[in-house]
Design a protein around this ligand. Structure first.
Ligand code: HEM
Ligand SMILES: *[C@@H]1O[C@H](CO)[C@@H](O)[C@H](O)[C@H]1NC(C)=O
Ligand SMILES: *[C@@H]1O[C@H](CO)[C@@H](O)[C@H](O)[C@H]1NC(C)=O
Ligand SMILES: *[C@@H]1O[C@H](CO)[C@@H](O)[C@H](O)[C@H]1NC(C)=O
Ligand SMILES: *[C@@H]1O[C@H](CO)[C@@H](O)[C@H](O)[C@H]1NC(C)=O
Length: 507
């Protein structure tokens, strides 16, 4: 009875198009692309991932928990995670601040909120559009406020060496502070991206110049939701109190201020207009897939019974490098073989913390190496299951074509592919940057182990790139691992709340 009242309330809010959670309904783009609506939801559903709450759920959650995030004012991509069939990044330079601001004012109603993405398909636009600005972009618009984040202020290029990048690999577009902002578009049909792009170009005209565009997309067929090395991605993101319903077994719960500026959990004092914004760490990460495949074949490991083929031994090694099998099944729960049913089950695929009765957390790497990608970037019991501040929401999408047969047979990458990596957090130094520098790149992390864990084998940077623990039969065997993920650019952006676009950015 109570639930149905809440639902009725939710839908009347939707239909009148205003109120506390007032959803503006289909957003009117200047070229009216946004006026058409959908019959199917905009976001994809990939196996193994959690499901997003509906708007009605959130109203109910607020009723029971009393935490209320103004979802109609928070840009839509932030809480969505990796649920996009197609995602286009349009990086731009602002040529003329005054005409840019005029155009932005008229474009704000098209910027998609979280409330819109959580509402029924019939209230969703054909594509979602979000916008974010680099520090140089804000300066270009005359906004010189200190946002309280040093890495944001200097930009990612200035930080690239600290992150471990080779500057020579950075594409020239990103090498510097020329990128002033980015439009993010997500949908399920290329034609929608095309109309939104032409809408942006006609609205903003010569006030901006496109500097780069990345057309990212889920991989085809049964690889949808998997990154280019073949591993299911987007399985583990933190639950946000006040937002997430049905916290999954094993999922970390973090206060909203870990992601959103100015909410409980964000300890930094910043200008009031930054409330409900977030920092977006964008990384253009090229992946050398045939080279990765060759290396794992050449270093294939064996199980205890010595029954694995070379290919199975390569899959075993790569699963241990990630801490998950290609299906998403965690090696901590299924150490020797992939278990696709486990990988696809969100009730089970996060329900582990690397600790096991009767085994020593300080020395036992038989189920998951200390250096594994998911262990270095979310150490769970290695930090006593207590860490909440070093979480971020991952929301990237793979880019580039599938590996061709000639690349595969020559073991050589000839086409650019990788991950258009995005992480959202209220504090770059606690989120993405901490995971990259203090964890992935740091050989003696996790701490207090009986051996040195080594550098994280997928994205860890540093020299030598060595890790132990990958071979369960000889955990002290050291590996020197070529770098298969090459950072080729990136930027730190600030993604404001939707009201701040009008009240501050375009003012
Ligand atoms: C091309 C580069 C990358 C690839 C192929 C990749 C792939 C993956 C995969 C397959 C997973 C497991 C699925 C899941 O838990 O959702 C994962 C998890 C994760 N990755 Fe990455 N990743 C990449 C870059 C990064 C970077 C640069 C960072 C941060 C510095 C990062 C942070 C994380 C985090 C925090 C998790 C979740 C761990 C957990 O909560 O258990 N990843 N990644
Ligand atoms: C959420 O809860 C707060 C505090 O109980 C209340 O003031 C607010 O009106 C609620 N919002 C919605 C949308 O129900
Ligand atoms: C709602 O509040 C209850 C009781 O405090 C808590 O157990 C639950 O985790 C909360 N749910 C969310 C999603 O924050
Ligand atoms: C590719 O790598 C595999 C595994 O090492 C090897 O068997 C094969 O001969 C290599 N192909 C070429 C063309 O080098
Ligand atoms: C384990 O690896 C180390 C270092 O590579 C090697 O010296 C040692 O012989 C190996 N032990 C076994 C039992 O294979």
């Amino acid at each position: 009875m109570r639930i149905s009242c809440v639902l009725t309330a939710a839908f009347s809010l939707l239909s009148i198009g205003q109120g506390v959670l007032g959803v503006p309904g289909p957003s009117p783009g200047p070229n009216l692309v946004g006026r058409q609506t959908r019959t199917t939801p905009l976001l994809a559903v990939f196996p193994g991932q959690d499901t997003l709450p509906t708007l009605a759920d959130i109203i109910n959650l607020n009723a029971t928990n009393g935490t209320f995030l103004p979802l109609q004012n928070i840009q839509g991509d932030i809480f969505v995670g990796m649920k996009k069939q197609l995602e286009t990044f349009y990086f731009f330079h602002i040529n003329d601040a005054t005409s840019f601001k005029t155009a932005l004012k008229s474009y704000v109603p098209t910027i998609t909120s979280t409330a819109t993405l959580l509402s029924p398909a019939s209230s969703q636009p054909l594509a979602f559009v979000n916008i974010a600005f680099s520090s140089s972009g804000l300066k270009e618009l005359g906004i010189t406020d200190n946002l309280g984040d040093q890495q944001f202020s200097s930009g990612m290029y200035a930080d690239a060496t600290n992150l471990g990048d080779s500057l020579s690999n950075w594409k020239s577009t990103y090498a510097g502070t020329d990128i002033h902002g980015v439009f993010l578009m997500g949908t399920d049909q290329t034609s929608y991206i095309t109309s939104y792009l032409s809408d942006i170009e006609s609205t903003f005209g010569s006030s901006i110049t496109q500097l780069d565009r990345i057309d990212a997309a889920a991989r085809p067929g049964s690889e949808a939701g998997h990154e280019h090395f073949g591993f299911l991605d987007g399985i583990s993101n933190p639950a946000i109190s006040g937002f997430s319903m049905n916290v999954l077994p094993g999922q970390a719960i973090v206060p909203p201020g870990i992601i959103l500026i100015g909410r409980p959990g964000d300890a930094t004092i910043r200008p009031p207009w930054t409330l409900d914004g977030t920092f977006m760490a964008f990384r253009r990460l090229q992946q050398k897939v045939p080279e990765f495949n060759k290396w794992t074949l050449d270093n294939a490991i064996q199980n205890e019974a010595k029954t694995l083929t070379v290919q199975q031994g390569a899959d075993y090694l790569s699963a241990r490098m990630f801490g998950r099998w290609k299906s998403g099944a965690p090696t901590d729960l299924s150490p020797e073989v992939d278990d696709p049913t486990l990988g696809a089950d969100p009730q089970r695929n996060n329900n582990f913390d690397f600790s096991h009765l009767g085994s020593l957390l300080i020395s036992d790497q038989s189920k998951c190496p200390f250096s594994a990608h998911i262990r270095k970037t979310n150490p769970r019991a290695d930090l006593g299951d207590l860490n909440t501040i070093n979480h971020a929401i991952r929301a990237g999408t793979p880019y580039g074509p599938e590996v061709s047969s000639s690349e595969s047979s020559s073991n050589t990458t000839t086409q650019d592919r990788g991950l258009a990596f995005v992480e959202y957090q209220s504090n770059i130094g606690n989120g993405f940057r901490f995971q990259q520098i203090n964890w992935a790149n740091t050989a003696n992390f996790p701490p207090l182990k009986t051996v040195t864990p080594g550098i994280e084998p997928i994205v860890g940077q540093g020299s030598p790139r060595t890790a132990e623990g990958l071979d369960p039969a000889n955990q002290s065997k050291g590996y020197t691992i070529p770098q298969f993920v090459i950072p080729t650019g990136g930027e730190y952006f600030f993604m404001p709340s939707i009201s701040a676009l009008t009240s501050k950015i375009a003012a």
